[in-house]
Design a protein around this ligand. Structure first.
Ligand code: DGY
Length: 321
């Protein structure tokens, strides 16, 4: 009986689907990230592994699993935790979970945009402070979305959906991507910018949706932060290392930009010193896809990928770099 290892408990029917497919399914008993050695011991003898974005899938991981390993299904759309060369050199299929989390991540991105521009966290603190202010014409003034320019860095599924949401709220949409998308431009009235720099100079809100690659690491650095308007906001729900977090702290402290809202961090789960002391930043701990709907669907899609590969079928959503 093929063995499938699941490195953390997941919601939805994914586990049951694997069991119903006739596999021996071993789920981590801990609701936490496994320590590296613990993980390497745990995956031994697996034919398929359903893993988390916190699990580094490299040569060491593949060797620890052993010679039966045929498929590693990431419980995430991002696959920067995968070493694609190691997977392909062992003929192991890697899969991810696109589409099923698009709405959840886009909605969370928009929640962050609204939270930082309307100063919801500061307002919540003030309302609970014991001495909340009476209505005041200048208390906690924020910024409206309507008529502002929303800049989308990376026009994949999630970036496109955030753009649509921004459009529905009356924002002007500009985007940068390695590929221009004429169809999307027509649909949403979005305007393509040929470089990230052009976008950074024009946008009032910049929302980052690029995958983490060598070419996107520190895409937002000190130099590019200085190109942003001092009234602009940066929002990141992609991957932490896309933003140079130390440079961001400095930019937020010194008024180079107005504010930031982050779901992802460079040294996750930790963040750069000083970030949590700033009032003009909102932080959530990598929960953009954390809806019951998305997380259940992610588990089910990962299970379907494993079932397909272990039954000799092509995976539904292989990782393509
Ligand atoms: C992903 O799936 O890559 C997201 O970061 C999860 O929230």
């Amino acid at each position: 009986m093929p063995k499938v290892v699941v490195t953390r408990k997941i919601p939805g029917n994914g586990i049951k689907m694997l069991q119903d497919a006739g596999f021996e399914v071993v789920v981590s008993p801990h609701d936490r990230v496994l320590e590296r050695q613990e993980l390497l011991n745990f995956i031994q003898g697996a034919d398929g592994i359903l893993c988390m974005l916190t699990d580094k899938v490299n040569e060491e991981f593949i060797n620890a699993a052993g010679p039966n390993l045929k498929v590693v299904a990431n419980f995430a759309v991002g696959t920067d935790n995968f070493d694609p060369a190691a997977l392909s050199s062992h003929n192991i299929v890697g899969t991810n979970t696109p589409d099923v989390l698009t709405e959840a991540v886009a909605e969370h991105t928009f929640a962050l945009i609204m939270t930082i521009t309307r100063r919801i966290v500061e307002a919540d603190k003030l309302a609970r402070s014991g001495s909340p202010p009476a209505f005041g014409p200048e208390v906690l003034l924020g910024m409206e979305i309507k008529g502002k320019t929303l800049g989308i860095l990376g026009l994949g599924r999630i970036g496109s959906r955030v753009a649509e949401m921004g459009k529905a709220m009356g924002a002007n949409i500009i985007y940068y991507d390695i590929k221009q998308n004429a169809e999307f431009e027509q649909k949403v009235g979005a305007v393509f910018k040929a470089t990230p720099e052009e976008l950074l100079k024009e946008a009032d809100i910049i929302s980052v949706h690029v995958p983490l690659l060598d070419s996107t690491r520190h895409l937002i650095n000190a130099v590019r932060l200085k190109m942003m308007k001092p009234t602009a906001y940066l929002v990141n729900t992609s991957r932490g290392p896309v933003v140079d977090e130390a440079a961001l702290v400095e930019a937020l402290k010194t008024g180079v930009i107005k504010g930031a809202a982050l779901d992802v961090f460079e040294g996750e789960p930790n963040h750069a010193p000083g970030l949590d002391q700033l009032n003009n930043v909102v932080m959530t701990p990598h929960i953009a896809s954390a809806t019951i709907e998305a997380r259940s669907a992610m588990g089910e899609l990962a299970a379907k990928n494993i079932i397909a590969v272990l039954s000799g079928q092509p995976p539904l959503t292989p990782v393509q770099r």
